[in-house]
Design a binder for this molecule. Sequence first.
Ligand SMILES: [Zn+2]
Length: 160
Amino acid sequence: MLELCGLLKINVNELLSGEHIDMESYNSKSEELILNLRTENENYAKRLLRTEVYIVVIGIAASLIMTIAGVIIAVKNGEGDPLAAVLIVLGCLLVVAAALIGLGIEVKTGYYKCEECGHVYKPSSLLKTSFAMHINTTRYMKCPKCGKKSWQKKVLTKEN
Ligand SMILES: [Zn+2]
């Protein structure tokens, strides 16, 4: 992008906004671009969190159907039916996979905000965060800045 700007003798903001910017409106233009980028990031995070819900709901539904079908086959054809065993095992694996994927998306999307000091951060450990007590996406964790434990709300952008 920088090379292209050099060739065209324009700056990156002009390239991104598609118009010539004089120095006076330069600052307000960059602010506008940053705000747009921020909204885009926020929308992306919202979409990801919505996808997480779909993955978990569909995963649990599919897993329930497979497990119930497995149990019905086992009752009809006897416990030794290999199809019943396969369906039940796959059903269990599926629900675990859906939960792990959902958890991964949730923890990695956006940031957590410390109630005590207002510090906004990305958690360093997926495992630790996953096991932290939570109500919806608010988790009881230790803040990396002030070290105090509190309920840390999920926020979608760093500036909130
Ligand atoms: Zn803190």
